[in-house]
Design a binder for this molecule. Structure first.
Ligand SMILES: Cc1ncc(COP(=O)(O)O)c(C=O)c1O
Length: 367
């Protein structure tokens, strides 16, 4: 049996006619930049995120970069984040000109460990950027408490966790801003790149909005240097088709996770830990296994897709060597990078496919 890590063709087959009609509507209108589809998506994302304002942008990466720029975070500033994340989180801090300052993760949730944040705050710290990894939100209460005490912005990297909750509160609605990605592999994925920023701060919203279009307002008059961070209306149209299915797809992912959890119970496979305060979206289903790289080779040999999110923590990336971090500085992140393994979790998986994934994994691990 051939089981990919993610089968976007299976999803597309169920909504193909709707997507083609929506794309065609944009093409017929020739509103190729901005327009009603982008505005409608923004409105709908504010509703599902319990936020007042949303700004559609070109990617999750640009959501983060625009947020940093709009908060005037740049040269000489420090932003505290986790080293165990997708590159974009940290890359954007560096691109904004600021210094990424790392703290280690909670080994259970893989998210930033709040109790390690306060000791690294300096008079240069401007923001904390928690990442809601694999679809589960970070422990936001203590993070917000620290941020409020030190007057810091909180940029939620919610790229992997749209609509999910922490103590009943939606991803992106707790911090100063929340950043979503519509990269095709995300739970709400476009047919190309896309992203969104949400906030409840009207003044910040105005700035994010202006910065999306080179910082000009009125047109051709620039008080700020922004970028071309605009969301493509074709992406907005496709996302509007997909949005009504998001809950159903998320539920299917949760059912798949429960299925695997049962299969792996009592084995050496460590299943994802879900904080009782959180509802996860299972953007990834990440297990921990001993001899992880051999398990990967075994699964691939049996035509089962799997992925390592993420093999190198940010503090050990070559491009950040100037920060002076070394192996051993963030042991939990380094350990996670050696042990995690994402298995197929997409909604269209059949029971037979899940059995095959679980049994193939276990057949190696039990040896
Ligand atoms: C945690 C995290 N942050 C940021 C991003 C960047 O999003 P994008 O790929 O849409 O630029 C991603 C997605 O790839 C992500 O997973």
């Amino acid at each position: 049996m051939q089981i990919p890590l993610l089968d976007l063709k299976a999803q597309y087959a169920t909504i193909k006619d709707e997507i083609l009609a929506a794309v065609s509507e944009v093409l017929e209108s020739q509103r190729c930049i901005g327009g009603p589809k982008v505005a409608e998506l923004e409105e709908k994302v504010t509703a599902i995120s319990d936020c007042k304002f949303a700004v559609g942008v070109s990617s999750g990466t640009d959501a983060i970069l625009n947020s940093l720029m709009s908060l005037d975070i740049g040269t000489g500033d420090e932003v505290i984040t986790t080293p165990f994340t997708f590159f974009a989180t940290v890359g954007c801090i560096a691109r904004a000109g600021a210094k990424p300052v790392f703290v280690d993760i909670d080994p259970k949730t893989f998210n930033i460990s709040p109790q390690l944040i306060e000791p690294v705050i300096t008079d240069k710290t401007k923001a904390i950027m928690p990442v809601h990894l694999f679809g589960q939100m970070a422990d936001m209460d203590p993070i917000m408490e620290i941020a409020n005490k030190h007057n810091l912005a909180v940029i939620e990297d919610a790229a992997q966790s749209i609509t999910r909750t922490y103590k009943g509160r939606k991803a992106g609605s707790i911090g100063t801003v929340g950043c979503f990605s519509f990269f095709p592999s995300k739970n709400l994925g476009g047919i190309g790149d896309g992203g969104m920023i949400v906030t409840n701060d009207e003044q910040l919203y105005d700035r994010l909005f202006i910065m999306r279009n080179h910082g000009g307002k009125p047109k051709y008059y620039h008080s700020y240097v922004g970028g071309n961070f605009r969301l493509d209306p074709i992406q907005a149209a496709a996302l509007l088709v997909k949005l009504p299915y998001l809950n159903e797809w998320s539920e299917a992912r949760r059912r798949n996770a429960a299925y695997y959890n049962e299969k792996f119970a009592g084995t050496v496979v460590q299943i994802p830990y879900i904080n009782a305060d959180c509802v996860t979206i299972y953007n990834q289903y990440c297990i921990r296994v001993p001899r992880r790289d051999e398990v990967v080779a075994h699964l691939r040999e049996k035509n089962i897709g799997c992925e390592i999110y993420y093999p190198v923590p940010a503090h050990l990336q070559e491009c950040f060597s100037y920060l002076g971090c070394k192996e051993g500085d963030f042991p939990e992140s380094e350990k996670a990078a050696k042990e995690v393994l994402a298995l197929p979790i997409y909604p269209e998986l059949s029971d037979e496919m899940k059995d095959c994934v679980a049994e193939t994994t276990l057949s190696f691990c039990s040896n």
